[in-house]
Every structure is written in structure tokens, then in C-alpha cells.
Design a protein around this ligand. Structure first.
Ligand code: URA
Length: 189
């Protein structure tokens, strides 16, 4: 089985789909395989593409604040996206692009082996939880799939567009914190 560095090297050379032609950098993801919580966004935006790092733009800054509000930092979490290369003009990834890229995410999940998976936004939730996932109706609900505890919440970019969503997002983050505390205590036993 690959380790994270080996897998990242493969992703950096990937040309499975046309997004590879327009990328500056593939954005593999960050974190360690010690982290028990994985956040999954949609795909790199402008700043992520330039820097090769996930969630470093405006949405990323809000994401950092939300993590801090539940006493977590980037070092405590693994963070990645459904697609590793930026879709032009930040459009949603096409089905064929996510289908080609999702194998890499499957490998990341295998290696990191998180107990908690949080989908940031509808694109991640549709790819991970169920195809017809409705983010406004089904966010905040925990789904148990094998060993994984999975939840979707709003994408931080959606909170920047509509601050009325922040109250629900805060409820979700409190629930994420409770699950994190519960499972970190378990993993220390
Ligand atoms: N939005 C995402 O979904 N992912 C990023 O890495 C940045 C913005």
C-alpha cells in the first residue's frame, strides 16, 4: 500500500482528466495519518491552485475560524477535496472528473483511516453519502458506514454567501466536536 507521500507524487503527475491541463498545482490534501477526523471539500479554487494547498483562500480562513471555535487546528485534521485539480472558474466538478479522481480519495481514506468524515458542502456529500443528498435537509445528520461516522455541513463558501446559514453550521460544528471528543477518548484506551 502507498503512503501519503507516494500517493501525492502520483496525484501530482495525474492526467486522467482534462482538469490536469489547466491546473497550476494539483492539491492533494494536508494532514497526517494520525488524525482521526477528515474534512472533504469540493475542489481547489484560485488560491489553492496557485499554492498547491487546500482551503487557503477566503473560505479556508473561515474554515480555520470554525475549527478554532471547536478547539481544533489544521494540525488536528486531515483535509482534502473530491477533485484534486481546480475546475475552471470554480465551477462544480463534472461527474466524469469526480469519478476519475475519487480513487485517490479512497486511497487517502484507506491510509489515514479516520473515524470521522465531514463533507463540506453538497458536492462532497453527494459523492460520499448519497447521490441525491440535500444539504439543507440532511446536514448535521450522522451516517454510520462501516467504521466511519460521516456528516455533511455547509461549505464555508456557502456561509460567506449567506450568513443566515451560520447558525446551523455552528450546531453542526458543536456536534462534530462532541463526536471528536467521544472518539478521541476511545482511541486513547
Ligand atoms: N473550496 C474547496 O472546496 N476546497 C478548497 O480547497 C478550497 C475551496
Amino acid at each position: 500500500m502507498y503512503n501519503l507521500n507516494e500517493l501525492e507524487a502520483i496525484v501530482q503527475r495525474c492526467n486522467r482528466c482534462p482538469l490536469s491541463k489547466t491546473r497550476t498545482n494539483a492539491v492533494f490534501g494536508e494532514g497526517s495519518n494520525e488524525n482521526i477526523i477528515m474534512f472533504i471539500g469540493e475542489g481547489p479554487g484560485y488560491h489553492e491552485d496557485k499554492q498547491g494547498r487546500p482551503f487557503v483562500g477566503k473560505a479556508g480562513m473561515l474554515f480555520d475560524k470554525m475549527l478554532a471555535a471547536i478547539n481544533l487546528t489544521r494540525a488536528d485534521v486531515y483535509i482534502t477535496n473530491i477533485v484534486k485539480c481546480r475546475p475552471p472558474n470554480n465551477r462544480n466538478p463534472l461527474t466524469e472528473e469526480s469519478e476519475k479522481c475519487i480513487d485517490f480519495l479512497r486511497w487517502q481514506v484507506k491510509i489515514v483511516d479516520p473515524d470521522i468524515i465531514i463533507c463540506l458542502g453538497a458536492v462532497a456529500a453527494k459523492n460520499i453519502i448519497q447521490e441525491d443528498f440535500k444539504i439543507t435537509q440532511n446536514r448535521g445528520i450522522w451516517y454510520k458506514r462501516g467504521k466511519f461516522n460521516i456528516m455533511a455541513t455547509y461549505h464555508p463558501a456557502a456561509l460567506l454567501r449567506d450568513s443566515n446559514k451560520k447558525r446551523d453550521a455552528w450546531e453542526d460544528f458543536k456536534s462534530i466536536k462532541d463526536m471528536y471528543i467521544k472518539l478521541s477518548q476511545k482511541s486513547m484506551k
